[in-house]
Design a protein around this ligand. Structure first.
Ligand code: ATP
Length: 250
């Protein structure tokens, strides 16, 4: 972790329902350290909107960290995009090629889902507001694995000659994560927008947005300074805010 070593409190668990829940239920003391929970067996991993996140003992890296930000900072909106970018940068440093980002919260390799991110905000409760950022990375999926609703899945083993040691991978992702969080807190999403767009899996491609009772199709025109998706339709540009919607190829 380089300069960051010593500022981390890493809790390693054999099993838990959800690493996000561990941090949300027992909000760690605001002691200046960065709190991380990493687990071998996650029994009730969550995605967005009640979806499940699957992981395998020995075959996944599953962890969450609690990030505190200044009260009133306009940071939460783009947070899952920043977290995705951090995962991509850490994996790029390890030599993985073909990494892409899918708005708002997925990491893909050549169109196949490699990692998922779930950001959940902890309301201030009179303290510094915080977000729990959960990250799951597929390292080696058991043969024949099928994931509901997700035909295009991949693992790191398909893209590197030797799987990275999980401790090193965790350290690499945390290092990128907190470097990008610093930038984000200081300069907002505009400072990271270009880097995100460079890896946008759907840049200039037709997409379908579903999930809030409506369906919209258009051309993916990137993201704006808040991290909202820009959809080009016959009537112009529409901003789609992160929330109850999903993006699909059209
Ligand atoms: P989508 O990723 O389909 O656009 P979403 O962003 O709402 O939808 P997430 O909340 O990011 O989905 O992740 C949950 C979904 O990811 C699950 O519904 C399942 O389809 C898929 N999934 C679950 N576990 C894994 C895994 N280990 N690898 C890849 N995909 C997974």
């Amino acid at each position: 972790l380089g300069d960051l070593a010593g500022t981390f409190d890493v809790q390693v668990l054999d099993e838990c329902a959800s690493t996000n829940s561990v941090l949300m239920d027992a909000t760690p003391a605001d002691d200046g350290r960065i709190h991380v929970v990493v687990v071998e067996r996650q029994t009730a991993g969550r995605g967005r909107r009640g979806r499940q996140w699957q992981s395998w003992p020995g075959g996944s890296l599953t962890f969450s960290t609690l990030w505190r930000f200044a009260p009133g900072a306009p940071v939460p909106a783009g947070l899952s995009l920043v977290a995705g970018l951090a995962v991509v940068r850490a994996l790029e440093i390890l030599g993985v090629q073909g990494l892409q980002l899918k708005w708002p919260n997925d990491v893909l390799v050549h169109g196949h889902k490699l990692a998922g991110i779930l950001v959940e905000l902890l309301p201030g409760r009179g303290r510094t507001p915080a977000a729990v950022v959960g990250i799951g990375i597929n390292l080696h999926l058991p043969a024949g694995t099928r994931i509901p609703d997700q035909p295009a899945v991949t693992d790191l083993g398909e893209h590197v000659a030797t799987l990275p040691d999980r401790n090193r991978l965790l350290a690499a992702v945390l290092t990128e994560l907190y470097a990008l969080f610093d930038t984000y807190a200081a300069a907002g999403f505009p400072a990271l927008r270009g880097a995100w767009q460079q890896r946008n899996a759907f840049a200039d491609l037709p997409v379908r947005i579903t999930g809030d009772g409506n369906e919209m199709t258009g051309i993916c025109a990137g993201v704006d300074d808040d991290g909202a998706l820009l959809l080009r339709t016959d009537t112009g540009l529409t901003r789609i805010l992160t929330g109850e919607v999903s993006l699909r190829a059209a």
